[in-house]
Design a protein around this ligand. Structure first.
Ligand code: OSB
Ligand code: MG
Length: 391
């Protein structure tokens, strides 16, 4: 059977169910964070979760738009996604039956950018498609792993003591890899301290674009600590300077922000801008692009892993399905629900086992129940776009 790019697994193209979508529901749900999360671009105390629901034939598919409230990680925000889904993407989905994922992606491709908005609808569509055909998402996309290895992303702390305490805490919980957020002034020294305490662990750092190529010598100092990778040190849209930096340092560069789709991934690999890719379904515009990037990297032997965006359980469940593909050979940023939220939007919550793995759900669709009561009682805004153009 012809596979997606001649490489991987079973083809989900065989699942062809014409889906006559009746409505798209968009909803903003405020969830408090257990503790503030700080990166090189700022600190947040709660998460405004953007939930997307699509309906057909009495079933609902669920997705999540991972955009933040402020345009820092990306130019997209919950506000821009709301506008783009309500006014452009939802009408495009509702205008006529959807044949398959590539039909959906082709309709979205006429609109430039806004990948997180597009991904939110693709996720909901794929959950619905899986439920309609009585499969789990992992089955639908050709996942092979039944449990996926996970790591944790630790934000910038006021003092090194707090960071060391959190490293110990998450290692005790079993997490297989520790990722430290870094920025100028919170980098080489803290990495040295963590490495001294834990000489053997898988350790990586993520700069979220906090440096420039002028910082090359400073970043080279990280080579002393045997890091698994240095994630996105330079500009969010840069491939050229990353290529220069990679030729000067030994630590493998992993790109996150810079990889906005398949073409960018190809260019990054061709230019030698990175050795590893962080795949986020939201950043690349949905399953169609995420699967294609996975296939490209798998065929070239480039490791990929599944990134996170402080998703609720809905986005987290989709990440688990994605991370079950065979090319996801490094631990993902897929932590337990309780790492961020007191109570999640899904039942049961996502749990990390003592061996640092999470079970890939096998039930229909995303494999979790949605906690509708909790979702409704935390909803700030909700709007329904219907097939006949009514709102
Ligand atoms: O750069 O990977 C990132 C969170 C929000 C925005 C960007 C990033 C992150 C994380 C946290 O690192 C990953 C997670 O645990 O969801
Ligand atoms: Mg990152």
């Amino acid at each position: 059977m012809q596979t997606r790019s001649g490489v991987v697994t079973q083809s989900f193209h065989t699942v062809s169910e014409q889906l006559h979508l009746e409505s798209v529901e968009i909803r903003l749900v405020r969830l408090p964070l257990n503790e503030p999360f700080e990166t090189s671009f700022g600190r947040i105390d709660s998460r405004l979760i953007f939930v997307v629901g699509v309906e057909a034939g009495g079933l609902t598919g669920w997705g999540e738009v991972v955009a933040a409230e402020e345009p820092r990680y990306s130019y997209e925000t919950v506000g821009t996604a709301w506008h783009v889904i309500r006014d452009y993407l939802a009408p495009a989905v509702l205008s006529r039956s959807v044949t398959d994922l590539s039909d959906l992606a082709a309709r979205f491709a006429q609109f430039r950018g806004h990948n997180m908005a597009k991904a939110g609808l693709e996720l909901a569509y794929m959950d619905l498609l899986a439920r309609t055909s009585g499969q789990s998402l992992t089955q639908l996309i050709g996942g092979t792993l039944t449990r996926v290895p996970v790591g944790v992303s630790l934000g910038i702390q006021p003092e090194i003591e707090q960071l060391l305490e959190r490293v110990d805490r998450y290692l005790d919980l079993g997490y297989q890899r520790i990722k430290l957020k870094i920025k100028p002034g919170w980098d080489v020294d803290i990495v040295r301290d963590v490495r001294q305490q834990h000489p053997e662990i898988l350790l990586s750092v993520d700069a979220n674009s906090a440096y420039t190529i002028e910082d090359q010598d400073h970043l080279k100092a990280l080579d002393a600590f045997g890091l698994l990778m240095l994630e996105q040190p330079l500009d969010h849209d840069d491939l050229i300077d990353h290529s220069k930096l990679q030729s000067e340092i030994a630590t493998p560069i992993c790109l996150d922000e810079s990889i906005t789709g398949l073409r960018r991934a190809e260019h990054a690999l061709d230019l030698g801008s990175c050795q590893i890719i962080n795949v986020k379904i939201g950043r690349v515009g949905g399953y169609s692009q995420a699967l294609a990037i996975h296939d490209l990297c798998y065929s070239r032997g480039v490791p990929v892993w599944c990134g996170g965006m402080l998703e609720s359980g809905i986005g987290r469940a989709h990440n688990l399905a994605l991370a079950s593909l065979p090319g996801f050979s490094l631990p993902g940023d897929i932590s337990a629900s309780s790492r961020y939220f007191e109570r999640d939007l899904i039942i049961p919550e996502v749990l990390v086992a003592g061996d640092g793995t999470v079970e890939v759900p096998r039930g229909p669709g995303l494999g979790f129940e949605i906690d509708l009561d909790y979702m409704k009682c935390n909803t700030q805004t909700v709007e329904r776009i219907e097939r006949n153009g009514k709102r």
